[in-house]
Write a protein that binds this ligand. Structure first.
Ligand code: FAD
Length: 400
């Protein structure tokens, strides 16, 4: 089997390396940072665990088999996280629509389900799809708030087909829901790294993947970095990838005394017109066990509609967060500690431009393959699917 080089040691690159090495390929993994894992990391602070990007994974059959093979346990969310809130009229609520709005919403959706006209049209934004299928208020107060918690995009330009269109789903798990390893997501990435060593994968950290295109190469980086890597080899594709809008994100994890768990549940999402700057807040210590001694919250900011917040210093950012939190819980409380994580070049914007671009179909030099969060989805389950599919196709083409 010929050598396969993987550029990028985030979740995408590590999982692609694992499936290739497990299938008998001779794998080299090149990562430009000194640490592997990319955006995924779990920091053990004196107050508890802090996740830098993803904090949970939607379970899939693929994830379950991977974790079984690696011996990584997965825990499901705790019952304390059952309630999820949306903010409306100054307070969190489990259903943010009034009676009339609810009837309007159900009637409109029902009619579209009956006629099959709920399917998104090509070039239709989430705002336009929502107004057509569920109505303007439910779109603003529910749909957009939920989507900003996942995609952090601008509903006026987010693509309804990319988000709700027909696409392949990961294999079903034995038990659906959100999962995570007991010690945080870095437990999974660190175990994959150990397994790669065991399988004989050569791992080069602190090394730029530019210039390694001498055999089969898998580019497992962000769209932006992939564009730079392809500049001298596939100019048009490089330009197309550079045109993908990257949405910045910011996550501040704060620890409080246990008594500050004011709205027990998973967290709260804030529709844009409710006067709160945060996109949402997660109550980490209610979601998974072992996340801290007291009460831990992660406040998420930024996204396509608030890029400027990434430029604020900690003092200005914490002031905004304290004000937002005061609107949620009705009082100001100084946290015991807080840990901000800024992603200036965060996630690809799943917008109408990305829909049209269709990056998975862009031409590539022979023996170059892509995997990453701009191809099939942002979340780790879809990255796992993409990396698995890429590895299987390389192995099949090369006789293993
Ligand atoms: C705040 C936040 C919360 C999130 N929450 C969730 C969640 O709860 N659940 C979920 O499923 N997903 C979540 N995500 C999304 C998920 O974390 C990311 O999509 C995923 O981690 C991306 O992994 P990746 O390996 O594709 O990319 P990356 O993690 O970006 O890895 C790419 C790697 O390539 C390396 N690289 C780049 N260029 C080169 C080069 N030239 N040479 C060598 N190496 C190079 C980089 O250094 C990096 O390590 C969240 C993201 C953010 C920002």
């Amino acid at each position: 089997m010929r050598r396969v080089t993987i550029v990028g040691g985030g979740f995408s690159g590590l999982t692609a390396a694992y499936y290739l090495a497990r299938g008998g390929a001779d794998v080299t993994l090149v990562e430009k940072q000194s640490r592997l894992g990319g955006m995924v990391d779990t920091v053990a602070t004196p107050q508890g665990l802090v996740e830098t990007a993803a904090s949970g994974i939607r379970n899939s059959g693929r994830l379950e088999s991977l974790c079984r093979e690696l011996g990584v346990p997965l825990v499901h969310t705790m019952k304390e996280s059952k309630r999820r809130y949306l903010f409306r009229n100054g307070k969190p609520t489990q259903w943010p629509l009034g009676l009339g709005e609810s009837f309007g919403f159900a009637g409109k959706l029902g009619a579209h389900l009956l006629t099959g006209s709920f399917r998104p049209k090509a070039g239709e934004s989430v705002d336009a799809w929502g107004a057509r299928v569920i109505g303007v208020t439910p779109t603003r107060k529910i749909l957009n708030a939920v989507l900003q918690g996942v995609y952090a995009g601008d509903p006026a330009s987010l693509s309804a087909s990319l988000l709700f269109g027909k696409r392949e789903k990961p294999p079903k798990p034995a038990r659906a829901g959100l999962v995570a390893p007991p010690n945080g997501l870095a437990q999974l990435t660190a175990t994959i790294v150990d397994k790669l060593h065991e399988l004989g994968v050569e791992i080069r950290t602190g090394a730029n993947g530019d210039g390694v295109f001498d055999g089969i190469t898998v580019l497992a980086t962000s769209a932006r970095d992939c564009s730079a890597l392809l500049k001298d080899r596939a100019l048009e594709t490089s330009k197309a990838l550079a045109s993908i809008d990257m949405v910045p994100l910011l996550r501040v994890t704060a620890f409080y005394a246990s008594a500050e768990n004011s709205w027990p549940g998973f967290g709260t999402l804030f529709p844009r017109d409710e006067g709160v700057r945060a996109l949402g807040v997660l109550f980490n210590t209610n979601i998974f066990p072992n996340r801290g001694d007291g009460h831990s919250e992660s406040w998420i900011y930024g996204g396509a509609q608030d890029r400027a917040i990434l430029d604020l210093d900690d003092a200005a950012l914490f002031e905004i967060m304290d004000r937002d939190r005061e609107r949620l819980v009705g009082k100001r409380v100084e946290p015991i500690a807080r840990y901000p994580q800024r992603w200036h070049v965060g996630l690809p914007h799943y917008d109408l431009h990305l829909e049209k671009l269709s990056p998975a179909k862009l031409p590539l030099p022979e023996n170059v393959f892509l995997t990453g969060n701009y191809l099939r989805g942002i979340g780790l389950p879809m990255l796992l699917e993409q990396s698995h599919a890429t590895a299987m196709s390389i192995l099949a083409r090369n006789g293993k």
